[in-house]
Design a protein around this ligand. Structure first.
Ligand code: CAA
Ligand code: NAI
Length: 713
């Protein structure tokens, strides 16, 4: 077994190096190795101080997340936590100064090890954080205790409840880091360690009291945090648990606080919330691995790009490339549209700059990377083109024919279409192997999902390059098969079908939206349509009807089309499913919708009734899972985890619930199937149990037990 922790002595300073690629996670053997190395340094007459550092590109990125799933009981969790707490106390009690040198990231348990050292120095681009809540747990190795003692209650609460990474400069300002080292980090850390040894200083984080002395201020901070979390946590429990653990230590002292942390951690680590979040963490990384696509598949290096169409989506897509430092040509059909598109881009950057998210200099730099054009000049030099013109088949086909002519033979040709057939666009280009869908979500510069739509002829290089590019663009790329709506919107059609039919049957628009936001969705189905534009859905339905199809099996409520005919397109026209007053985005329920729903119910012979909140949630979730099963069975999605990642990043599905497929597993597939059958008996044959759902329920399995399948290609 490779040695996970190395011990060397540089002149008179011991260097303890954690070497556990890829991210120096605290896998079994690493904490013990650090413990032994610190004891060795303490006893080593050749060492006056020690530096703890990570090998490779990062310090310790945290506990080994895979281990959490193997904790069988509360007792085992508590016993393990006691061991790690005692270990960190031994490090902190070392009589010689220990300096932690941070580069890359010090996250979770990594930061907790760092805080048990006497001092911390960091590279200028290092980042630190306590991201445990994003995994449904809390810092479990004293983080909720040492952090407030270093940086104060408010910052500790912020870091432990939000889980974000902060930059070294902020960590310095907050007192978490003692010095930023420009240049050679190890050399700087050694010099720092020597200076502490010369001064005879060791500083124990657990003994610092000044930052937590003001009890009244701390109490007010806890109250305010809990109040804010009631909204922002969207039903997740772990952020509240983190506040509880910090509070225990601030009010009752380090030892009592540590004991509380250990108990609270044990509750969290065995929770369904944690299981769901950890599964999603790995599902996101798994999504980048494609069965049948070997690791050594050639990947194109995307150094320059072009986007065709500077509308809602094209502008946001161009911003993604510029933000990643990739120069991008932005082509429009006419000058007026180009000016409009550029003005929107500039406005978006100005808003970000006003919020302090980028400096004016950075804004100028990204803007200079976006090069407006009305012609195809320069398209022969780009590595990728993303087409984002109107959703019109003939127009898109002609654009792809142009692109086949004007670009280099190895240039990737991507379409941002939401609904059109990638294979037909591929044929038009004359270079089908290079064609693929890059389906971004609106607003494209904000939403992190990129469905990578594989056409029949998309080459392995085109697919592998697209997935790698997604990461470079700071997106989560998920490979999906080619069908109407791909994964996200195909399933969404069932989600919306149920919302519309429930409305006809007697539920109210605010009631349905409220049920879904209480479940954890950022916005309900009607509020969402008002944001996306009711006209968008109406045009898709019109197109489908012209081809004799519907978006989802079963009856289509006429109400959304009536809204479209009335010009109620949603927020942009001041009215849709709700009313909006003078530019405000606050939805106001509108009695007119009730009248329209009654009329629609009358036309279909439905007697309206009181619909329970439970029925609303069940109908919508069961419809999603049932269609998700079809998507899996048809190999449009490779794995249930891919669907869950798509829903988390495409629609803000509450992560702590795992995603539509994990949620169905948690209900139990026999239960989900029984619901489908019940709804079929009551509501009609459009409720058809998905064959995969039937097979898995009969076998007593969940979606996540199902064998990995490959996308249709
Ligand atoms: N444990 C186990 N594996 C981990 C890991 C961890 N903490 N962090 C990352 N990995 C693995 C990933 O699964 C991935 O493996 P594959 O290559 O096999 O897919 C590999 O490391 C690289 O990860 P990324 O693709 O995410 O690489 P990146 O460079 O984009 O990001 C990172 C690196 C920022 C560290 C990111 O991986 C990350 O955020 N990791 C999780 C950090 C975290 O949550 N730490 C807290 C753990 S909980 C804890 O520490 C509890 C406690 O108090 C004791
Ligand atoms: P949009 O109407 O805002 O923008 C389209 C732009 O394309 C217009 O500015 C138009 O002038 C330009 N254009 C038309 N023909 C052109 C040509 N030959 N050369 C250069 N530019 C041309 O449309 P939007 O919403 O940006 O949609 C673009 C594509 O993105 C569509 O395929 C749509 O289905 C898809 N999409 C839209 C989403 C949304 O929420 N709006 C979400 C995901 C995908």
């Amino acid at each position: 077994m490779p040695e996970l922790v190395h011990y060397t002595v540089h002149d008179d300073v011991a260097i303890i190096t954690v070497d556990n690629p890829p991210v120096n996670a605290l896998s079994p053997g690493v904490p013990e190795g650090i413990d032994a190395a610190v004891a060795r340094a303490a006893a080593d007459p050749a060492a006056r101080a020690a530096v703890l550092i990570g090998a490779g590109h990062t310090f310790i990125a945290g506990a080994d997340i895979k281990v959490f799933g193997t904790i069988p009981s509360r007792e085992v969790s508590i016993e393990r936590s006691h061991r790690i707490h005692a270990l960190l106390r031994r490090i902190e009690d070392c009589p010689k100064p220990i300096v932690c040198a941070i580069h890359g990231t010090a996250l979770g348990g990594g930061l907790e090890f760092a805080m048990a050292c006497h001092y911390r120095v960091a590279a200028p681009d290092a980042r630190i954080g306590q991201p445990e809540v994003l995994l449904g747990i809390i810092p479990g190795a004293g983080g909720t205790q040492r952090l407030p003692r270093l940086c104060g209650v408010a910052t500790a609460v912020e870091l432990c409840t939000q889980g974000q990474h902060i930059a070294a400069q902020r960590a310095l300002a907050e007192g978490i880091v003692d010095e930023i080292i420009e240049g050679d980090l190890l050399a700087g850390a050694i010099a720092f360690a020597r200076s502490r040894a010369a001064a005879g200083e060791t500083r124990k984080s657990r003994e610092l009291g000044a930052n937590i002395a003001d009890r009244a201020l701390a109490a007010a901070t806890f109250d305010a945090a809990r109040l804010a979390l009631r909204k922002s946590a969207r039903g997740a429990h772990a952020p509240f648990a983190a506040v509880d653990a910090i509070e225990a230590g601030v009010l009752r002292g380090f030892d009592a606080g540590s004991a509380a942390e250990i108990e609270i951690f044990a509750d969290c680590v065995l929770s369904e919330e944690s299981r769901n979040l950890i599964r999603l963490f790995f599902a996101e990384r798994e999504a980048a691995k494609i069965p049948g696509l070997p690791k050594d598949t050639p990947v194109g290096d995307i150094r320059s790009a072009a986007v065709v169409g500077a509308g809602t989506m094209g502008g946001g897509i161009a911003m993604n490339y510029a933000n990643a430092g990739i120069p991008v040509l932005l082509k429009e059909a006419d000058q007026a549209a180009l000016d409009r598109g550029l003005a929107t881009i500039r406005k978006n950057y100005e808003i970000s700059a006003a919020k302090g998210k980028l400096t004016l200099e950075q804004m100028q730099r990204v803007l200079s990377l976006i090069r407006p054009t009305l012609t195809y000049d320069g398209f022969d030099r780009v590595d990728i083109v993303v087409e984002a013109v109107f959703e019109n088949f003939d127009l898109k086909k002609s654009v792809f024919a142009d692109l086949g002519r004007v670009t280099r033979p190895d240039c990737i040709l991507a379409s941002n279409t939401s609904t059109l057939d990638i294979d037909q666009l591929a044929q038009s280009s004359g270079r089908p192997a290079n064609v693929i869908g890059h389906h971004f979500f609106s607003p494209a510069n904000v939403m992190k999902l990129m469905e990578v739509v594989r056409g029949r002829a998309s080459s392995p290089r085109t697919i592998a390059t697209s997935l790698k590019l997604a990461k470079k663009l700071n997106k989560v790329g998920v490979l999906v098969g080619n069908c109407f709506g791909f994964v996200a919107n195909r399933m969404l059609a069932y989600y919306l079908r149920e919302a519309h039919l429930l409305l006809e049957e007697g539920a109210g628009v605010p009631q349905i939206d409220q049920v879904m936001t209480a479940f954890g969705m950022p916005v309900g189905p009607f509020g969402m349509q008002d944001i996306a534009g009711i006209d968008v859905g109406a045009r898709i339905r019109q197109y489908l009807r012209s081809t004799g199809k519907t978006r989802a099996e079963g009856p289509e409520s006429p109400v959304p089309d009536w809204l479209y005919e009335m010009g109620r397109y949603g927020q942009k026209t001041g009215a849709g499913w709700y009313r909006y007053e003078s530019g405000s985005r606050a939805p106001i329920p509108d009695p007119l919708i009730e009248e329209l729903a009654e009329r629609a119910a009358g036309e279909r012979g439905i007697i309206r009734r009181t619909v329970s909140d439970d029925e609303i949630l069940s109908r919508i979730m069961v419809a999603l899972a049932n269609e998700g099963a079809n998507v899996l069975d048809e190999r449009i999605a490779i794995r249930p985890g891919d669907i869950d990642v798509i829903y988390a990043y495409g629609f803000g599905y509450p992560r702590h619930r795992g995603g539509p497929m994990a949620y169905a597993d948690s209900l139990g597939l026999p239960h989900v199937l029984a619901k489908v059958k019940k709804y079929r008996a009551r509501l009609g044959d459009h409720w058809q149990p998905a064959p995969l759902l039937e097979r898995l329920a009969a076998a007593g399995k969940g979606f996540y037990d199902a064998a990995t399948a490959a996308t249709a290609g």
